[in-house]
Ligand binder design. Sequence first.
Ligand code: PXG
Length: 455
Amino acid sequence: MAGQANFRQLQELDRRHYLHPFSDHRQIGERGTRVITHADGVYIYDAQGNKILDGMSGLWCINLGYGRQELIDAATRQLKTLPYYNSFFQCTHPPAIELAQRLAEVAPPGFTRVFYTNSGSEANDTIIRMVRRYWDIQGKPKKKTIISRRNAYHGSTVGGISLGGMPAQQAQGDLPIPGIAHIEQPYWFELGQGMHPDEFGLRIAGELEKKIRELGVDNVAAFIGEPVQGAGGVIIPPDTYWPEIQRICDEYGILLVADEVITGFGRLGEWFGSQYFEIEPDLIIFAKAVNSGYLPLGGVLVGERVAEALVEGGGEFYHGFTHSGNPVSCAVASAAIDIMRREGLVDRVRDDIAPYFSRLWQSLADHPLVGEARSAGMVGAIELVSDKARRSRFHPDKSVGEVCRDTSVAQGLVMRHVRDSMIVAPPLVITRAQLDELVDKARSALDITARKMAA
Ligand code: PXG
């Protein structure tokens, strides 16, 4: 009972004082909050004593699971040795250097340098400045426009929302900023039905070429995309898509930026999603799983041509943050990379656990509520439909995704909904037995949701 009283008190204090990210506070007030108190392995626990399988790895980040002693030790050691120092004014420190070296080892060939930020959003803002700086140094200052995609998510700063492709977010604050253009996303289920996925992939990628011509190649700096759009609903592009995007970027000489905040560090069974899709970007954005989400850290991996320009010809790049390369965040990231290498986690995902997950997840496709089940590596989505044969959607007022999300959590599984898609991205250390549990719970959430929808 004491626990319950404490829970109510926490909820009330939360309601009074805490402005949550991406939340409707009136709704929070009406429905109350879930108070997560602790976590272990792939499970989180709430203040009411519920044990819940974390099918979203926190928020796409706790890839190594909760409670990893090595990560805790790395943070503790570093806090005692040097909790903070900056990298401005010709200073540096071992944790930032040692992580930079490790990142160069695990990154695709040619990525030997890193710029640190505290988040994916800041890394996306950094990209806007970095690609424009690159073209300035090349003597082409008119090349400013960055082409992105509808329904992309690149963070929540002014730059991040501008690069992103979510109209409701952009409407708040008169965004995007000038110099950002958007093309269609490679979302076959929503936009490509009736067309072979390969043909659809080529057609949508072709929009990049059209947009470059429309804007004039002399004005275009870069194309940016998530290898798999995460927050947009796990949009896995058809096989033809990324090679065609690469061809167009190469042909027109514009920079290719991969936002790997979700796909980096093993999520797709390669160190980076660019390797999964066999593309060679000029810049890679990372955050989240770099240190398994234990502390804030993000950054930009800089490929050869941009690094050479910035280092050799650039002079000072007026950009950076107090906590760029924070020693504790970096020390934990080095420890996380060491664990991933020692445990062969990327190979485990590719050769073992992702194929197992894919088979199980696909088995949901026969459920009457499911129009499509898709996965790549350790991300999966299912599309909820009202009519399976026609693949038609529920009326938006029915909020079927939200109903299914709430049902799933009540069943003891965190699944996230994006409109009417249900998505999961479990920790990469999840066992086969825990994946069985995940898919069993997802299925029973679907069964209950179907009954609720029929009522
Ligand atoms: N790029 C991508 C591809 C992301 O997924 C960011 C940038 C921004 O990172 P920071 O660290 O600034 O949050 C993200 C973050 C969701 C959800 O609801 C996804 C993210 C963040 C919050 C919620 O799926 N992704």
